[in-house]
Design a protein around this ligand. Structure first.
Ligand code: MTE
Length: 347
């Protein structure tokens, strides 16, 4: 997600640069291939996990996290397993827990993929409050425990497609964003929802960095119908356990038909508004990162082709390159929201 001004990009540079990046990432990935391979064999397969297990996918026992506070343990006792059919499930192999929790984008902790995992040890996720503002009948600052009280947690196995052309399959734990939105009773003027990530310079080294390119807080937004779509999910866990800090603890958005940068992490503010909000990547480079950011193999990013993706983890012998699908394969459930729009213009 690095930035380059359009005027700096020569057409001839586009392919070599993406090839270079892929090569670099391939070499970096190589260092943990053996670890990844060993861990994969230790993971329950989706099919195995169904035998006597209440959830389809669980983290390896040694890696299960302890609850951020006592109340979390109660909440996690009753989780509905993912169904056996699309769209809340995919039969594709899960990305191993190790890759989901080591290969991350969370610039508040640094720009390298391993920074969020290695530099988030001090990050505190309890107590945690979320401020609800704007066009709602019940604005206020709510403790996360109270927001989660009325919702039922469920497991959803979704594809995550990053604009950098890699993808994963992740078993999330959480609840539909619509269930959270209804609690605060948006007014008829609420046409968009805006989200903000916490800024905690003491525990987030990326925020202290002088070379940071993001102007904090990280911001994202959805149109109201997108936010209310049954696929749009608030995750509080993955692989049957609490969300690790590097994945956006204690609560992050997951929008499976959009590029990963829409799925904002560690949310502290939700604002309901009449007009389209500014969003972090769109503000930084509007010609590279659109507000909609729907996964679309026909609309390329200047530096990453979008018709193919590298499904992680890769191995020395297989780069696992697969075709990217429009709306990341969720078109049947979301395409109607964009019927009147030119997707090349509203990318
Ligand atoms: N949210 C915040 N606050 N900061 C970030 O840097 N990165 C985004 C998104 N949410 C990001 C964020 C990007 S670019 C991606 S691809 C996904 O998080 C990655 O989620 P993951 O690390 O859990 O795979």
């Amino acid at each position: 997600m690095l930035i380059k001004k359009p005027s700096d990009i020569k057409p001839s540079e586009i392919t070599p640069e993406s090839v270079y990046k892929n090569r670099r990432e391939f070499m970096l990935d190589g260092s943990k291939l053996l670890l990844g391979a060993a861990a994969t064999s230790a993971l329950p397969s989706v099919a195995n996990a169904q035998n006597g297990d209440s959830l389809k996918a669980r983290a390896p026992a040694a890696m299960r996290r302890s609850p951020p506070a006592a109340w979390w343990a109660n909440k996690f006792q009753d989780i509905k397993p993912a169904p056996d059919s699309e769209p809340f499930f995919t039969g594709e192999s899960l990305t191993p827990y190790e890759d989901v929790t080591i290969y991350n984008n969370f610039y508040e902790f640094g720009m390298d993929k391993s920074d969020p995992a290695t530099r988030s040890g001090e990050f505190k996720t309890d107590p945690w409050s979320v401020e609800i503002t704007g066009e709602v009948s019940k604005p206020g600052t709510y403790h996360l425990e109270d927001i989660l009280k009325p919702v039922d947690l469920e497991e959803r196995i979704y594809r995550l497609r990053c604009v950098e052309a890699w993808s994963m399959v992740i078993p999330w734990i959480g609840f539909p964003l619509a269930d959270l939105i209804r609690q605060f009773e948006p007014t008829s003027k609420a046409k968009f929802v805006e989200f903000e990530t916490i800024i905690d310079a003491d525990t987030m080294p990326g925020i202290r960095s002088r070379t940071a390119i993001v102007s904090w807080p990280y911001r994202e937004g959805l149109r109201m119908d997108e936010a209310m779509n049954p696929l749009t999910f608030m995750a509080v866990g993955l692989y049957g356990s609490y969300l690790p800090s590097q994945n956006g603890a204690p609560m992050r958005l997951v929008v499976p038909w959009k590029y990963g940068f829409k799925s904002i992490k560690s949310i502290v503010k939700i604002n309901f508004r009449e007009t389209q909000p500014n969003t972090t990547w769109n503000d930084l480079q509007a010609n590279e990162y659109g507000f909609y950011a729907n996964v679309n193999p026909a609309v390329h990013h200047p530096r990453w082709r979008q018709d193919m993706e590298r499904r992680l983890p890769q191995t020395l012998f297989s780069r696992r390159v697969i075709e990217t699908r429009l709306f990341n394969g969720y078109g049947e459930h979301v395409a109607h929201m964009y019927d009147d729009m030119d997707l090349a213009q509203y990318y």
